[in-house]
Write a protein that binds this ligand. Structure first.
Ligand code: GAL
Length: 420
C-alpha cells in the first residue's frame, strides 16, 4: 500500500510536470540587453507567450551579470524574488542550499535531462543531486573576433600569436585603427586576464589559479608572466573605451578596431548587424587556446513559491528551456551552442555558420582532452566574492600603468586569499 508521503510526492510531481494549467505571469531577471541578446531573448518571450503565460521582463543592464546579482539579492532579502532568474555556477549552489530555489527535478526526470546534458556540466545545475537550474546553452569565452580588412589594410596576416598582434599594433594605429576594442566594464578586462592566463600558462595552471585558488599559483613566476603579457595589452587599451561590450563589438564590425577578445555572445552581435561570422568578422581562438574551451552555461533558476499557478508556470518554463527547437533558435541568435545538442549532436552544419561549427568542434575536443574549463569571469568557477577580488586587482593593474607584474601577482594572492 502506498504511504501518504509517496502519494503526496506523486501528486506534487504530477503538478510540476503538468503543462495544461492556468496561465501565469513569469517575472524573469536577466541581463540580456544588447541587440543580439535581445533578439535571442525575443525567441524565449515568444515561446512563453505561445504556452499561454505572460512574460514580465526584469532586465538589468551589465554584461557578466554583476549588477543583476546585486538587484536580485535585494529582492530576495525583501522577500519578493522574481519567478525565475539567470544565475550561474556556485551562486546556484549557494541560493539552493539556503532553500530558496524550487526543485525542478520532476521535470528533469520526466524529460530525461541526465541523458541529454554531459555529466561534467550537470553538477553546475544541481543541489544535493537534484536539478534547481534549467540550462539553455553553452558559450565559449576564449575567442578573438577579428576584422580581416584591418589586417589587410596594413598588409599583415591575421595574428595567431600575441607577438604578431603586438607587432601589428603600431601599424594599425598609424592606419587609424584601434588595435583592441574593449568596453569599460571591469569584467572585460578580467576576460583578457582569464584568456591570456590560459593561453600562456596552460590548463593545469588555469585550474590551480582560477578554480582551486592555490595560493602558490596566485603569486608565482607564472602569474608574473601573465601580468607581463597583460602589461603589453595595457599599452594598447583605447583611451576612451566604449561603455559596453557590444559597442566594442560594433567597432570591430565597422572596422574602427581590429580585434575584440570576447565570448561568442559577440557572434550574436555580428548576426544582429547583418554580417556573417567567420566571413565578414573572423573568429579565432585566443592565442594558444585552440584546443581549450572556457565554458559558460546560461541557465535559469526558479524561486520557491507556495502559489500553485506559479509552480506550474515554472515547470512549463523549465521544460521549455530544454526544448530542442527552442534551444536551436535561441542559440542561433545568441551565438552559443544548444546544451542538449552537445551529446545528441544532429550535424546542423547547413544551418550554422563557420564560427558555431568551430565552437562545437572545440567543445568536443576539449571535453575529450580535459580542457573544458569553467569561466572564472562569468561565475562558473568561483563565488561572487572571490570573483570580485580577481576583478579588483586586474582592473587596478590595467588602470595603473606604474603597477608592475610582480606587484599585481602579490596583490592577487593577498586579495583572493582574503576572500575565501
Ligand atoms: C554572460 C552570459 C551571456 C552573455 C554575456 C554578456 O555572463 O552568460 O549569456 O549575455 O554575459 O552579457
Amino acid at each position: 500500500m502506498k504511504t501518504l508521503c509517496s502519494l503526496l510526492s506523486a501528486s506534487i510531481t504530477a503538478l510540476l510536470v503538468s503543462t495544461s494549467a492556468v496561465a501565469a505571469e513569469l517575472e524573469v531577471l536577466h541581463w540580456w540587453t544588447s541587440p543580439g541578446e535581445q533578439r535571442a531573448l525575443s525567441e524565449l518571450k515568444a515561446a512563453v507567450h505561445d504556452q499561454g503565460d505572460e512574460w514580465v521582463d526584469f532586465a538589468i543592464i551589465g554584461g557578466g551579470g554583476e549588477n543583476a546579482m546585486n538587484v536580485l539579492k535585494s529582492r530576495i532579502i525583501s522577500g519578493n524574488p522574481p519567478t525565475a532568474a539567470q544565475i550561474k555556477g556556485p551562486t546556484i549552489k549557494q541560493w539552493g542550499s539556503l532553500g530558496l530555489l524550487a526543485d525542478i527535478d520532476p521535470v528533469a526526470k520526466a524529460d530525461q535531462w541526465d541523458s541529454l546534458i554531459p555529466e561534467q556540466l550537470q553538477t553546475d545545475l544541481k543541489v544535493d543531486g537534484k536539478y534547481v537550474a534549467a540550462p539553455i546553452n553553452i558559450h565559449r569565452s576564449n575567442w578573438m573576433w577579428v576584422n580581416p580588412e584591418a589586417f589587410h589594410k596594413i598588409d599583415r596576416p591575421v595574428p595567431t600569436t600575441w607577438q604578431q598582434f603586438f607587432d601589428s599594433a603600431p601599424l594599425l594605429r598609424k592606419a587609424g585603427i584601434e588595435p583592441l576594442a574593449i568596453g569599460r566594464e571591469d569584467w572585460q578586462l578580467a576576460t583578457l586576464f582569464e584568456t591570456v592566463l590560459l593561453g600562456t600558462q596552460g590548463v593545469d595552471f588555469y585550474r590551480k589559479a582560477l578554480i582551486e585558488l592555490d595560493s602558490a599559483a596566485l603569486d608565482s613566476d607564472q602569474m608574473i608572466a601573465v601580468f607581463t603579457t597583460l602589461a603589453s595589452l595595457r599599452n594598447l587599451l583605447p583611451s576612451t573605451p566604449e561603455q559596453r561590450w557590444d559597442a566594442a563589438t560594433v567597432r570591430v564590425i565597422e572596422g574602427k578596431a581590429a580585434i575584440q577578445i570576447a565570448g561568442d555572445w559577440a557572434r550574436g552581435e555580428i548576426i544582429a548587424a547583418g554580417k556573417v561570422p567567420g566571413k565578414d568578422i573572423l573568429c579565432k581562438a585566443v592565442p594558444d587556446t585552440e584546443n581549450d574551451f572556457i565554458y559558460i552555461i546560461d541557465s535559469l533558476v526558479m524561486f520557491r513559491t507556495t502559489d500553485q499557478q506559479q509552480q506550474q508556470a515554472q515547470a512549463r518554463l523549465a521544460r521549455l528551456l530544454m526544448n530542442p527547437e527552442f534551444q536551436q533558435s535561441f542559440s542561433h541568435y545568441k551565438g552559443s551552442i544548444p546544451i542538449r545538442q552537445i551529446i545528441h549532436s544532429k550535424a546542423d552544419s547547413k544551418t550554422v555558420d563557420a564560427c558555431a561549427q568551430s565552437a562545437r568542434h572545440a567543445l568536443e575536443t576539449s571535453a575529450k582532452a580535459g580542457s573544458l574549463l569553467p569561466s572564472m569571469v562569468h561565475s562558473m568557477a568561483v563565488n561572487e566574492r572571490v570573483k570580485r577580488s580577481f576583478f579588483d586587482v586586474v582592473e587596478h593593474f590595467f588602470k595603473t600603468p606604474r603597477m608592475t607584474p610582480e606587484q599585481a601577482s602579490a596583490q592577487l594572492k593577498a586579495a583572493v586569499s582574503a576572500s575565501h
